[in-house]
Design a protein around this ligand. Structure first.
Ligand code: TMP
Length: 212
């Protein structure tokens, strides 16, 4: 009997306006073209219930505790219904944001700190981490300029510059602490330059999977 090789879990992160979403579908298309079965999803969201929680999270005023717990509530559903089943079936998962976003936004932006988020992480997904995370990074002025073009901004997009500076600071610190998992992408580069880099990385990931 052959056992199915577990899929890889790939995530994209960055402050609002860093430009990561431009690359999500492209990554999925590249993987499909390389004959990798892939599921594309996002957080908060990814299931019917978690998408309802997303609407609340992006548009309703709430306490920081409620916001953080709802992020993990949505995540618990998402992992259970989408991420784990796909990985176990050998599919790769490309996810627009995951728990790094909670450390950065709630932990850094909203100044909750690391400890309680680490506790929730340990509760909700003690044995699951992304295999590779791309952190799209731009100076705040550029992110802000892109954000200002967005109409109907959500609760996060409306935050002040200091919030995004703290959020970005936590992302960058995590990339330094976990260089084997989190890769910083200079998102001031052109879309073509970024895709060339991402494409090479996908080839390396696929090659590595073939060997192990
Ligand atoms: P998106 O615009 O990239 O889809 O993400 C929605 C917003 O949710 C974005 O402003 C970041 C925020 N967010 C958090 O604050 N904490 C989290 O854990 C996640 C996943 C997203």
């Amino acid at each position: 009997m052959t056992t199915t090789q577990r899929g890889l879990f790939l995530t994209l992160e960055g402050v609002d306006g860093a430009g990561k979403s431009t690359h999500v579908q492209w990554l999925v298309d590249q993987l499909s073209a390389r004959r990798v079965q892939v599921v594309c999803t996002r957080e908060p969201g990814g299931t019917e219930l978690a998408e309802k929680l997303r609407t609340l999270l992006l548009h309703e005023d709430m306490t920081l505790e409620c916001e953080t717990l709802l992020m993990f509530a949505a995540r618990a559903e998402h992992i259970h219904a989408v991420i784990e089943p796909a990985l176990c079936a050998g599919q790769w998962v490309v996810c627009d944001r995951f728990t790094d976003a909670t450390f950065a936004y709630q932990g850094g932006g909203r100044e909750l700190g690391v400890e309680r988020i680490a506790t929730l992480e340990h509760w909700v997904h003690p044995n699951l981490q992304p295999d590779c995370t791309w952190l799209f990074d731009v100076p705040l002025a550029i992110a802000r300029e892109r954000l200002n073009r967005t109409r109907d901004q959500d609760r996060f997009e409306k935050e002040a510059d200091a919030f995004f500076e703290r959020t970005r600071g936590v992302y960058l610190a995590r990339a330094e602490q976990q260089p084997q998992r989190i890769q910083r992408i200079d998102a001031t580069q052109s879309i073509e330059q970024i895709r060339e880099h991402l494409g090479r990385q996908l080839d390396q990931l696929i090659e590595h999977r073939r060997i192990v």
